[in-house]
Design a protein around this ligand. Structure first.
Ligand code: XUL
Ligand code: CO
Length: 440
């Protein structure tokens, strides 16, 4: 392969030039040191690039194969190609000045003939990362194990009817969790992949839930054993690949965690397109996670309003993005989490700059959305409207109903004694929609 680091040609690292700039290779909104609500923009957004979509996906769809013909995916020794891929990846991280990246074990190194050989391949590339990270600023947001591509996982990983698959998955996760820790990763992600089922005709649902709970406990135990201080995250997704996923949405994952006794140990990585496939808005899932105390990180992409599958597109909608970021700010912002672009360019986007501009445009969009969300927070009118709506709950009788000071009978008696006759009040949705529009 020819000098892979030249994949992006002469493109220089992108700089902030301001909203008036017409330079496509500059940021118009992403000004990483700008202070927003007392924090640097870079620290609010914590962008990450997803290794899989950007460097591993060949551009296929169900009707046709590869379109991208990336030089690091063809010819030569597989490990040499994996090294070449790492060169290109770190070149993109540098050009975009992005603070984080994320990977699956299978993205970074080829699968070997045994788990031992596969893990050795992954270790070798992780060593390449370690070297590069000594000189580059980029850090690891999260690592994860691919427990869904190989046919051995076709009936799930932790929830597989075959205990040897459970064991194999455990071996893979142990390895990537340890590497994530060594690379200074801030989180470890478990996306269920195929943790679900196609038909009850061949499925023992309760047993599979028990297996999943046990697997999660094993991962958490190991995290503590090795002293990994990052967060373990589950990424909910409603279907695709399996018909019924056990990690359907945030609420379902919370149920799983409570069942496994892990609600204080594990948080969620919420992906925008997964939220919409579950019939929710992205901001709903973030608000739900915050309310349940399990908000961790996000995968920032969008779906296609007309398609019912995971199209993983780069975000382009400022309103949706601002509403989501508003909820993140309300949740206290990211701690170990960040905003991973789990998004891919379209299969006709062949040019190296398509990949680069997809990310820079998305970073600019999110930065702009952050400024809008910050305006909503600073102005406070949105929050005041909500506070006002619930103001009745500040009264002593209302508070007593929520404590164990009052019983159902006490409450019923008060309704009669006081002749309560509650009158409906407007929810003022359109007024609030107009208010939100005024911030753009
Ligand atoms: C699949 C998906 C995954 C996870 C990591 O839809 O989002 O890429 O983010 O396994
Ligand atoms: Co994702």
């Amino acid at each position: 392969m020819n000098a892979p680091a030249r994949f992006f040609g002469e493109i220089q690292p992108l700089r902030y030039e301001g909203p008036e700039s017409r330079n496509l290779y500059a940021y118009r909104w992403y000004d990483k040191d700008r202070m927003v609500l007392g924090k640097r923009m870079e620290d609010h957004l914590r962008f990450a690039i997803a290794y899989w979509h950007s460097f591993t996906w060949p551009g296929g769809d169900p009707f046709g194969g590869e379109t991208f013909l990336r030089p690091w995916m063809h010819g030569g020794d597989e490990m040499a190609l994996a090294r070449a891929k790492a060169d290109v990846a770190f070149d993109l991280f540098r050009i975009l000045d992005v603070p984080f990246f994320c990977f699956h074990d299978r993205d970074i190194a080829p699968e070997g003939k045994s788990l031992k050989e596969s893990n050795a391949n992954v270790r070798a590339i992780a060593d390449v990362f370690t070297k590069k990270m000594e000189t580059e600023k980029v850090r690891l947001l999260w690592g994860t194990a691919n427990l869904f591509s190989n046919r051995r996982f076709m009936a799930g990983a932790a929830t597989n009817p075959d205990p040897d698959v459970f064991a194999y998955a455990a071996g893979q996760v142990k390895h990537v969790l340890e590497l994530t820790h060594e690379l200074g990763g801030q989180n470890y992600v478990l996306w269920g992949g195929r943790e679900g089922y196609e038909t009850l005709l061949n499925t023992d649902l309760k047993r599979e839930l028990d297996q999943m709970g046990r697997f999660l406990n094993l991962v958490v135990e190991h995290k503590h054993r090795i002293g990994f201080k990052g967060t373990i995250l589950i990424e909910p997704k409603p279907q695709e690949p399996t018909k019924h996923q056990y990690d359907f949405d945030v609420g379902t994952v919370y149920g799983l965690l409570c069942r496994a006794g892990l609600q204080d140990e594990v948080k969620v990585n919420i992906e925008a397109n997964h939220a919409t496939l579950a019939g929710h808005s992205f901001e709903h899932e973030i608000a739900m996670a915050a309310a349940l105390g399990i908000f961790g990180s996000i995968d920032m992409n969008k779906g296609d309003a007309q398609s019912g599958w995971d199209t993983d597109q780069f975000p382009t909608n400022i309103e949706d993005t601002a509403l989501a970021i508003y909820e993140i700010i309300k949740a206290g912002g990211f701690t170990t989490g960040g905003m991973n672009f789990d998004a891919k360019i379209r299969r006709q986007s062949l040019d190296p700059e398509d990949l680069l501009l997809a990310h820079s445009g998305a970073m600019d969009l999110c930065a702009r959305a952050l400024l809008v969300a910050a305006k909503m927070v600073e102005d406070g009118a949105r929050q005041r409207a909500v506070d006002e709506r619930y103001a009745g709950w500040n009264g002593p009788e209302a508070r007593a109903m929520l404590s164990d000071e009052s019983s159902l009978a006490d409450i019923a008696a008060r309704v009669e004694a006081e002749g309560l006759d509650p009158q409906p009040r407007s929810g003022r949705q359109e007024r609030l929609e107009n208010l939100v529009a005024s911030y753009f």
